[in-house]
Design a protein around this ligand. Sequence first.
Ligand SMILES: O=C(O)[C@@H](O)C(=O)CO
Ligand SMILES: [Mg+2]
Length: 252
Amino acid sequence: MKFSANLGFLWSDRPLPDAIRAAKAAGFDAVECHWPYAVPAAEVKAALDETGLPMLGLNTSRGNVAGGENGLSALPGRETDARAAIDEALAYASAVGASAVHVMAGFAREAEAHRTFTANLRYACAQAPEGVTLLIEPLNRHDAPGYFLQTTDQALVIIDEIGAPNLKLMFDCYHVGRTEGDIVTRLKDLLPVVGHIQFASVPDRAAPDRGEVNYAFVFDTIRRIGWDNPLGAEYKPGGPTDATLGWMAAYR
Ligand SMILES: O=C(O)[C@@H](O)C(=O)CO
Ligand SMILES: [Mg+2]
């Protein structure tokens, strides 16, 4: 199995270039991040070149975080800000060679939110350069109550409606486990539209060696169905990241 270190959580106490180096030293095959914008893209690119690790993805900006925002693309009336965030993410992805951008929907309950999200996603799909995939990710209702995109069924409707080859699903086993369950069946059913897979223990969002989901079974299923891309370790280490990596040895 190949694994990608999600540097939004792993080694998040270090500057991003150092976190990339730590992921390399720990044996990860790739990295991904959340919101790298405070770090000059050239510094991230230099660390990626130095380590040889690919950057699998980054997120569009959340907007006004202090004001409670968690993404802009489904917010009616905020199209200008949402598209600026998409442009920013695509530019950063191009500068560091990242292969995906997660377009964050945000907290929205208005009737027009679906129409707003699909219009902004169409914009993103049209703007994305060759080799950059757009991802949408349902977040579980416990951690992100009120988030517009909550289930894989809802994401599938959106992906089908837009019908763009560069729009895919971020299948985060943690969120699916918390909201929907039946992780491996959902994953097999959705495989044609899956662009990236992430994981963490359920329900604690810790390393995958605990909790109610048997990740040995999940990872074995993923291997059997032929998914060969690195799986995103997006868990909260709750202390020094290096002390939480014992789970990796079993899959090497
Ligand atoms: O699962 C998550 O929370 C992330 O993948 C993310 O991109 C930010 O919400
Ligand atoms: Mg995730």
